[in-house]
Design a protein. Structure first.
Ligand SMILES: Nc1ncnc2c1ncn2[C@@H]1O[C@H](COP(=O)(O)OP(=O)(O)O)[C@@H](O)[C@H]1O
Ligand SMILES: [Mg+2]
Length: 254
């Protein structure tokens, strides 16, 4: 079943046509990677899917609902969790508090009670839930440390944890391994594989081909706002049009 369907997406910035009639369909439980050279329109397409950009033509349907005009927070309520290229965590708070706050704010978003603001204390159950989420991303130790002390890779794990705290069904990741060491990339790929095996649908843009081919069930290649090829990793790797796009750009511009 298709969880995300986008039809005939066109987007310009002034005279610049950034997306020129993109169609996509993402199945529940699949990992779907959007790749292509710099400036191809990946982040723009991504923002159309998350709701950050709503000034475009075309339609976006998630889980059978038309969300084309829905803002980010409404899509979050519908199960969309997203991360940013630069990890967003509260550095001066503890690792655990970051996740507890994420759990509590997702409860607020769902309209569940969290207790009075003047005497707010997380319940033991919320604390246990937060620790469980941290364990699931490999941050189950030293969670009373300040988040600012974490390495770049672990900050990314914490960001995943705060996203998972909202119990999303779809993870939207724009270049999740940007700026990471090779080792952090490998461990992030393993973490994403694990999340996928737990049934989450993952949509990502990524330029590290190791991450893409280690994770994606299907890959879509964009170039100048148009789809060059969509298919399983093997099909995309052998596609002549894709080879031309990448060979024409030289190394480092994936
Ligand atoms: N806010 C903006 N205003 C004007 N042009 C933009 C804006 N955002 C992106 N662009 C342009 O749109 C094109 C696609 O950008 P983007 O979607 O970020 O590509 P990618 O993520 O594939 O590198 C680029 O030419 C970029 O310069
Ligand atoms: Mg981008």
């Amino acid at each position: 079943m298709s969880l995300v369907v986008a039809k005939q997406i066109y987007k310009n910035y002034g005279k610049l046509e950034v997306l020129k009639g993109v169609d996509l369909s993402i199945d529940a439980g699949e990992a779907f990677a959007i790749i292509g050279p710099n400036g191809a329109g990946k982040t723009t397409l991504f923002k159309v899917l998350t709701g950050e950009t709503r000034d475009f033509t075309g339609s976006v349907v998630m889980d059978g609902h038309d969300v084309t005009r829905q803002p980010v927070h409404q899509r979050a309520r519908g199960g969309v969790g997203r991360t940013f290229q630069v990890a967003r965590v509260f550095g001066e708070m503890s690792i655990l508090t970051n996740v507890i706050l994420a759990i509590e704010s997702s409860k607020v978003a769902r309209g569940e009670p969290v207790g009075p603001w003047w005497d707010w204390r997380p319940s033991a159950a919320t604390r246990r839930e937060a620790i469980g989420v941290l364990e699931s991303v490999g941050l189950g130790r030293n969670f009373d440390d300040e988040a600012s002390l974490l390495s770049h890779g672990d900050k990314k794990r914490l960001e995943f944890a705060t996203m998972l705290a909202g119990r999303p069904r779809i993870l939207m990741l724009d270049e999740p391994t940007a700026g990471m060491s090779a080792e952090d990339r490998r461990s992030t790929t393993r973490l994403l594989q694990d999340l996928k095996s737990r049934g989450l649908t993952i949509v990502l843009t990524e330029h590290d081909m190791g991450v893409v081919f280690g994770l994606a069930d299907r890959v879509m290649v964009l170039n100048y706002g148009q789809i060059v090829c969509v298919g399983d990793p093997q099909t995309v790797r052998e596609d002549e049009a894709v080879k031309r796009v990448y060979l024409g750009k030289g190394a480092g511009h994936a």
